[in-house]
Design a protein around this ligand. Structure first.
Ligand SMILES: C[S@@+](CC[C@H](N)C(=O)[O-])C[C@H]1O[C@@H](n2cnc3c(N)ncnc32)[C@H](O)[C@@H]1O
Length: 261
């Protein structure tokens, strides 16, 4: 039933969205040129994909905390690493979008809420290799897999903070002088998503982008996106179906875009 709803949402999105050539403002034009224009693969991305492949072929069983089950992540499941990597990591198309967005915006401070095995953190960090990256994960086993992966990229500065987001997010925010690039990809429910967004507002500035994942995944996430994109501090918002991007530049007038990607 959920899959059918998702397909119907996608069909609606497809017809409402603007093709990548119909975009107006120079800001949107540049994003189109540098971020959405279909990609060329490069060596950086290939190396991350090799890491992904190594996880996808690893059937070692690990004990992971299941936050989706509720009970504050106190339920554990025995799962093969291959399953975790496949189920929770951003697929290459959207991971590459994060890479190009990071490469274009050149953030110095990147914060990710939801590490899993580290694929999307690597893409964001590779896009802006001088950035300080903090990524948050509640499951110790998953976090330790991510750390092992990050060790293969010693040129990047990625720190994993373990624990429940409601505790680790304020901690991470206080460690950064400002937030340039934020990716919310964990605990996809209305209330926590809005809370995480609100917490981040303390350190956003004119050039910050906040990316909210899975905005069409459920009615709760659609509602969360509606509220976030309408927030008085948000100027431009962009719905690319699997994710939503919000910008805060006060020089922009408020506009909501739905872009076909
Ligand atoms: C969708 S995955 C992140 C995927 C990752 N961004 C990627 O694309 O490579 C979300 C992660 O958030 C963690 N998580 C979910 N709810 C949490 C919570 N309330 N506190 C801490 N971690 C949580 C889960 O354990 C899971 O690994």
């Amino acid at each position: 039933m959920k899959a059918v709803k998702l397909i119907l949402n996608y069909i609606k999105y497809y017809f409402v969205s603007v093709g990548r050539h119909g975009l107006q403002s120079s800001f949107m034009y540049n994003l189109n040129e540098f971020v959405w224009r279909r990609d060329r693969k490069d060596a950086d991305q290939e190396k991350i994909e090799k890491y992904r492949q190594s996880l996808l072929s690893d059937n070692t069983i690990v004990s992971v905390r299941d936050f989706g089950a509720g009970f504050g992540g106190k339920v554990y499941k025995q799962l093969p690493i291959s399953f975790i990597a496949k189920r929770s990591s951003k697929p290459p198309k959207y991971a590459r979008m994060l890479f190009r967005l990071s490469k274009y915006l050149k953030p110095q401070y990147i914060l990710e809420v939801g590490t899993s095995v580290g694929i999307s953190a690597l893409y964001q960090a590779k896009g802006s290799p001088a950035a300080q990256v903090i990524t948050l994960e509640g499951c110790d086993q998953t976090a330790s897999l991510a750390r092992k992966g990050f060790a293969q990229f010693p040129e990047l500065n990625i720190e994993v903070i373990e624990g429940e987001f409601s505790l680790t997010l304020p901690q991470a925010i206080s460690k950064m002088p400002r937030l340039d690039f934020v990716y919310l990809d964990g605990n996809h429910k209305l209330k926590p998503t809005l809370e995480y967004f609100e917490m981040c507002l303390a350190k956003v500035h004119d050039d910050t982008v906040i990316i909210v994942d899975d905005i069409n995944w459920s009615e709760e996430m659609q509602e969360a996106w509606k509220e976030i994109s309408s927030h008085p501090r948000v100027t431009i918002s962009i719905d690319v179906f699997m994710m939503g991007l919000v910008f805060f530049n006060k020089g922009f007038s408020k506009e909501k875009f739905v872009v076909r990607y």
